[in-house]
Write a protein that binds this ligand. Structure first.
Ligand code: SF4
Length: 283
C-alpha cells in the first residue's frame, strides 16, 4: 500500500479508513483541515456553564461522612491520615440520576487523588446513551476543564466516535477514577477500587447497551481482566452489573497516538464497528 505524507495524524487516520474502504462514511463525519486549523471541541471552561455541572451544583449536597467502605463502593481502602470523606454507599445507591450522583460524590476525598485534583471529572454525554466509553482517568487538560477526554487523546476519541456515525453528545464518556493521578500516572488498583462504586452507579443509571473500554485500566479494574490489552482487545467481555452488559475492549486513544501504525488503527476501527453494530442490532 502506498504511503502518503500526512500533515496531521487525523489525516493519516482518515487515510487508513479510506484504505479500508470506509471513506464514504468518514468523509461525512470527518473534516480534516491542516494544522493548526483542526477543529477542536468547544466546551465551556467555566464549570457552572456545563449543563451537568450546573445541575449538580444546584443540588443540595448530602454530607460527606466517614463510613466503612463497603463492597458496593469497591475494596476496603482506608487511607491513613485522610478523613476518608465520601458519601455513604446508601447515598450513592440512592442517587436518582447522574446530576444527583455527581452532586453527592464531587467532594469525595476517599483516596489520595482527591486532595490533588483541580477539578472533579465526573463524565459527560447523553445520560441515556446506548454506547458508553470508559477510560482510565483525567489528565492535565481534563483536570483543568473538569471534563473527560479533552486533550489530544480526546480529540482523537471524538474522531473515533464520529467515524462510527455518532457524536460525543450521543454517547457517554467516563473514567475509572474521577480525579487526576499526579503526572498522569496510571491509578493504582487501590485508587481505582476506591472509585469504582461511583462508576458502577453511573453505569446503572445510564444503562448502556454496550460499553467500550479504552486501554488496560478499565479492563483490569472494572472487569477483573488482567490479560494484556493487546491480547484481549476485540474480544467481547461481559460486565456483571445491574444486568449483563457486553463490553468491547480496545486501545486507549493515547496509545493510538503513540503507536500510530496501520495495525493499531485497523484494530480500533474493527472494535468500534463491532460495538456500533451491537448497538444497532439491539435497539
Ligand atoms: S479518585 Fe474517586 S475515590 Fe479517589 S478521591 Fe477522587 S472521587 Fe474519591
Amino acid at each position: 500500500m502506498e504511503k502518503r505524507p500526512h500533515e496531521h495524524p487525523f489525516q493519516a487516520w482518515a487515510d487508513t479508513l479510506q484504505d479500508l474502504g470506509v471513506m464514504g462514511l468518514v468523509r461525512e463525519t470527518l473534516t480534516l483541515p491542516a494544522l493548526p486549523a483542526l477543529p477542536v471541541h468547544v466546551r465551556p471552561t467555566e464549570p457552572s456553564l456545563h449543563p451537568v455541572a450546573s445541575r449538580a451544583t444546584s443540588q443540595p449536597r448530602p454530607p460527606l461522612v466517614q463510613v466503612p467502605v463497603t463492597a458496593a463502593l469497591g475494596s476496603a481502602y482506608v487511607i491513613p491520615d485522610q478523613p476518608g470523606a465520601r458519601p455513604s454507599a446508601e447515598t450513592v445507591a440512592g442517587a436518582v440520576n447522574l446530576a444527583d450522583l455527581e452532586g453527592c460524590i464531587q467532594g469525595c476525598l476517599a483516596c489520595p487523588l482527591g486532595p490533588g485534583r483541580f477539578r472533579f471529572v465526573f463524565g459527560e454525554g447523553n445520560p441515556k446513551a446506548r454506547l458508553m466509553f470508559i477510560g482510565e482517568g483525567p489528565g492535565k487538560d481534563e483536570d483543568q476543564q473538569g471534563l473527560p477526554f479533552v486533550g489530544k487523546a480526546g480529540e482523537l476519541l471524538d474522531k473515533m466516535i464520529g467515524a462510527i456515525g455518532l457524536t460525543r453528545e450521543q454517547v457517554y464518556i467516563a473514567n475509572v477514577v474521577k480525579c487526576r493521578p499526579p503526572d498522569n500516572r496510571t491509578p493504582t488498583s487501590q485508587e481505582a477500587q476506591a472509585c469504582l462504586g461511583y462508576l458502577r452507579r453511573q453505569i446503572e443509571l445510564i444503562d448502556p447497551a454496550v460499553i467500550v473500554t479504552l486501554g488496560a485500566t478499565p479492563l483490569r479494574e472494572l472487569l477483573g481482566v488482567a490479560t494484556g490489552i493487546t491480547k484481549v482487545r476485540g474480544t467481547w467481555q461481559n460486565l456483571v452489573a445491574h444486568r449483563s452488559i457486553p463490553v468491547m475492549p480496545t486501545f486507549h486513544p493515547a496509545y493510538v497516538l503513540r503507536q500510530y501504525t496501520d495495525d493499531v488503527r485497523r484494530a480500533v476501527w474493527a472494535d468500534l464497528k463491532a460495538a456500533k453494530a451491537w448497538v444497532d442490532e439491539h435497539p
